[in-house]
Design a protein around this ligand. Structure first.
Ligand code: SF4
Length: 262
């Protein structure tokens, strides 16, 4: 649905950026990526440098380039909207840069600081937990991540629509992130059942809890718990883990409540 940029397209699009002073796109980015700098690096033929700029602010820049609603964030704020009615396609440029770096078997782009001797427990191997783990590892700490599910990635793996995250991107991104070293993941460890915060606090130097917001609000309708009634997050999780996707039973007569993207 959203093909990746070719090098020629990336060069053409990156040259539309005005390298604004006080760039409004950066203010609109929830992770404060230095957008004009990374775009300038693409336009001068340095996509790996662009990727490093992106990933130094947001190690999940590859997923964000695919899943972020850029049209209401950085791209909505782009000054090109005023003159030309079309923003610089920041999301596609970001994807181009990060994919360019990740597609090759290069050494991890960040180095660990000398070991501090401290070990940090992170609960949850989703975007928050893994981002925290990566930064802590970079600062020289050792990290143990406890994940409730059998796979890492959190919502990137279980909650994003399949068409946005093709070719197992969530898992490839986790592998890339773990390339920093010093991070261990323990799977099937549920907080409150297999592990608890008090024990973790006693054993580790610090504890980060990033269990996410995986539940949806119930509608409060009668029959919501009947078989065949599913919420969006559960539905996407099942679809993401079903192969081939055509094996996923959806029923013949379906009612969808809600007219959003999902
Ligand atoms: S607002 Fe648009 S033109 Fe200005 S720096 Fe950001 S992407 Fe470039």
């Amino acid at each position: 649905l959203h093909p990746a940029y070719s090098t020629l397209q990336a060069m053409a699009e990156s040259n539309r950026c005005l390298y604004c002073y006080d760039a409004p796109c950066v203010t609109a980015c929830p992770t404060s990526i230095d957008i004009p700098s990374f775009i300038r690096k693409i336009s001068t033929g340095n996509p790996d440098g662009a990727a490093k700029t992106i990933l130094s602010a947001n190690i999940m820049g590859g997923t964000c380039a695919r899943a972020c609603p850029t049209e209401v964030l950085c791209e909505e704020a782009c000054v090109r909207n005023v003159a030309e009615d079309t923003a610089v396609e920041i999301g596609s440029l970001q994807r181009y840069a990060v994919d360019h770096l990740m597609a090759r078997d290069l050494p991890h782009p960040f180095k660990r600081a000398p070991k501090t001797g401290k070990t940090i427990a992170v609960v949850g191997a989703g975007p928050a937990g893994l981002s925290c783990a990566h930064r802590a590892a970079m600062l020289g700490h050792d990290v143990v991540v406890f994940e409730a599910k059998p796979k890492p990635g959190g919502l990137n793996e279980y909650g994003l629509a399949a068409y946005k995250m093709t070719n197992d991107f969530a898992q490839r991104e986790v592998e890339f992130l773990l390339g920093i070293g010093g991070i261990e993941i323990e799977y099937n460890k549920v907080l409150g059942k297999d592990i608890n915060v008090a024990d973790l606090k006693a054993k580790y130097d610090a504890v980060f809890v990033g269990v996410g917001l995986g539940s949806t609000n119930d509608l409060g309708l009668k029959g919501e718990d009947f078989p065949g009634v599913d919420d969006a997050i559960n539905f996407i999780e099942k679809l993401r883990q079903t192969e081939p996707k055509s094996d996923m039973p959806v029923g013949n007569n379906v009612i969808v409540i809600g007219g959003g993207n999902t």
